[in-house]
Design a protein around this ligand. Sequence first.
Ligand code: NDP
Ligand code: GDR
Length: 351
Amino acid sequence: MAKKALITGITGQDGSYLAELLLSKGYEVNGIIRRASTFNTGRLESIYADPHSGNGRLFLHYGDLSDASALARLIGKIQPEEIYNLAAQSHVRVSFDSPEYTTDITATGTVRLLEAIRETGIKPRFYQASSSEMYGLVQEVPQTEKTPFYPRSPYGCAKVYSYWVTVNYRESYGLHASNGILFNHESPRRGETFVTRKITRAVAHIKAGLQNKLFLGNLDAKRDWGYAKEYVEAMWLMLQQEKADDYVIATNETHSVREFLEVAFDCVKLDWKNHVEIDPRYYRPAEVDLLIGDFSKARRVLGWEPKTRFADLVKLMVDADVELLRKHQKGEIPGCRLTFLRISTAQAADE
Ligand code: NDP
Ligand code: GDR
């Protein structure tokens, strides 16, 4: 019998990479998706098979982290051995505009899921997508599993709650529950309003003559940027350990947004200074200035370490956006496949 996993946030950047990883390891993968008026399963296109073909091991179910009864029903029905909680309102800037909603999904959503697990009486292993945003205002560098938290946004505060409630359910109920404290991780699948992808998309458009200016906020912020595809392996490794625990996943390198711009524009032989303008709209009421993670515990216990370093990551993302734009311009993005997927996932609701 294939091991069963349940992923919340499967349609996001990390969810799609994790689903691919688990399928490659022989798992049956179940994902919770939200009903949306627009199509939100694009990142799963390459791994989705029509459930009627009988071949697929990826199953999508409608649900929402705001809907406790649906969560309990799904967990009871699927009986997963592993649950990965990746769903969140994950945009830090947006969390200042929608603090209550962010708290409901990114904080309370986690305890809803944990309670749903308790209600069903099964004992799956549980992964919580914790974040380097919990460190917020710099207390020490590099940040480790022992560095105190000082969140600087409603998002960061919500993630601190989820971190602690995960620890609490581990200690109170003996649940195998682990926090991955992941530092920023990026890829060609990164959401288009996060700064890295915003830059690499703009680079492709500017190079093609479709855009001239790129408006950004704070260029001085420093982040520890890694490659998402490698980070989901760490999530899986955490749930394979005999004992649940909390781990920093990072590269132990930090770079400013300005450095990201320099390398990205350099990939297509352009000077970023000719194209970037500051728009204070993108400033945050409170900023996280410096993140750099010490992943030595993950290396020691999980045998995990990052392979893709900063310049290679930037190049990989620029190349992907240049290629994506080329395909769009040539009409090579297959529309009919998208329609097919939309129909199939709609049918998943009737399971
Ligand atoms: P994304 O923003 O790409 O994906 C978020 C996912 O959550 C999407 O699938 C989204 O669905 C889903 N979601 C949002 N709201 C709800 C809801 N109310 N109910 C159910 N699902 C919902 O995030 P990433 O893949 O980048 O990140 C994954 C997780 O890891 C998040 O929790 C994020 O906060 C955290 N994290 C991310 C880091 C990063 O650098 N990427 C670093 C550290 C932590 P839909 O497609 O419908 O919007
Ligand atoms: P972050 O990522 O807030 O670290 O959260 P983001 O890419 O949004 O910002 C990184 C830094 O860039 C600065 N910045 C801009 N950011 C955006 N989005 N848009 C801009 O125009 C812009 N200009 C400058 C920001 O001020 C910030 O300092 C991400 C998310 O994936 C979280 O879910 C996750 O938990 C953390 O990473 C770790």
